[in-house]
Design a protein around this ligand. Structure first.
Ligand code: PMP
Length: 356
């Protein structure tokens, strides 16, 4: 069934599309799912049984290992329709690389590129009509892999399933976000799994985030586990500051997810000859810049939100209000440029768009 670099996919088309249930003028994030999903199974040490089937519930045994010990990893990526009506993915090879970094850390098998890409291509072609075209809208794509052994001893699963499903997405945050610097709970530690997209990273973040939301914030800023001084990430976003015309973000390491949007923003900033620093940045430095009036911008970067401007930072009982988002030169420019590249309105000099 599988040759070296092609995958034959068994396709079962739905007899009843649900697309008429989608209101293209009113799409919220993550609630509606396109007609089909892709699946492949890992057993006897190899991937096989690639298929596309109608999206829907899957049967699994209560003893399925991923449900107990967290061998579960995922990706988040997007497909767009450009102004010519062509369907494009944004940097899918980078998501493929990253899911395999997650797989290695979680003791799971790598997914071969041909499965990842062919699965994506065929699935998205079939459900192309689900891609919204309004400004800021896209088709969100969720590839994931879980351990599927029916066994409750703690050990790596021998069998796995890879899925891809998609979900039409509108704007993730419809206003600038208020963030709280978290100084007691932690997301990631050195030697841990913060640099991979393991499901458990997200489960552990919910309680501290809920506490912050009860206090009126949208999200938290995670700080380093040792000192709670250095700012790492916010929600499902990397974190960036513009201080005195310099773009600053935490360096990659084992506590930071290597965001593809992060890399894209840094690349564009460097193209524009802006000074970029990937280095530790402390809350003290940010407050100091705020006091001096040199904290021009703060924002999160991520696939779901793209560029999410931060309007307010809470720390130790005080709120620091940031400059109005309309006047933020860099984040507005970079958000616009990314949208232009995706829509085919600006040259894609880094070959980020992958036509399917
Ligand atoms: N950090 C975390 C913890 C995330 O979950 C995400 C979303 N994948 C990001 C950062 C941003 O990564 P990307 O730009 O690749 O979406």
């Amino acid at each position: 069934m599988v040759t070296k670099d092609t995958v034959s996919i068994d396709v079962h088309k739905t007899s009843h599309s649900r697309i008429s249930e989608l209101d293209f003028n009113n799409i919220s994030f993550g609630k509606q799912f396109s007609d089909h999903m892709f699946m492949a199974d890992f057993k006897n040490n190899q991937w096989g049984d690639a298929q596309i089937v109608p999206y829907g519930p899957v049967m699994m045994s209560p003893s399925t290992s991923a449900l107990h010990y967290g061998q579960a990893i995922f990706e988040g990526m997007k497909a767009y329709k450009n102004d010519k009506g062509e369907v494009l993915l944004f940097r899918p090879l980078d998501n493929h690389k990253r899911i395999n970094i997650s797989a290695e850390r979680m003791c799971m098998p790598a997914i071969p590129q041909e499965y990842f890409l062919e699965g994506l291509k065929q699935l998205i072609k079939m459900d192309e009509a689900w891609i919204p075209t309004a400004p800021g809208a896209s088709l969100y794509i969720r590839p994931f892999i879980i351990g599927t052994d029916e066994f409750i001893g703690v050990k790596p699963s021998d069998t796995y399933r890879f899925y891809i499903f998609t979900s039409p997405a509108g704007v993730y945050y419809n206003k600038p976000v208020k963030v709280l610097v978290e100084t007691s709970f932690i997301r990631a530690v050195e030697g841990g799994v913060g640099y991979v997209k393991a499901s458990g990273n997200y489960g552990r973040s919910l309680f501290p985030t809920k506490l912050a939301q009860q206090r009126g914030y949208d999200q938290i800023i995670w700080t380093d586990a040792r000192n709670h001084r250095y700012l790492e990430e916010s929600g499902t976003m990397n974190l960036m500051f513009v201080i005195d015309d310099v773009l600053i973000t935490a360096p990659l390491g084992d506590t930071i997810l290597a965001g593809i949007t992060r890399d894209s923003v840094l690349t564009l900033a460097r193209d524009w000859k802006m000074k970029v620093q990937e280095r530790k940045i402390s809350i003290d430095e940010v407050i100091d810049a705020h006091k001096k009036g040199t904290l021009d911008e703060a924002f999160g970067t991520g696939t779901a939100a793209t560029i999410a401007p931060i309007s307010q930072i809470g720390f130790e009982g005080k709120d620091y209000i940031l400059p109005d988002t309309k006047g933020r030169i860099f984040s507005n420019r970079v958000a616009q440029e990314l949208e232009n590249i995706r829509k085919g309105r600006a040259a894609d000099i880094h070959n980020w768009m992958y036509k399917i």
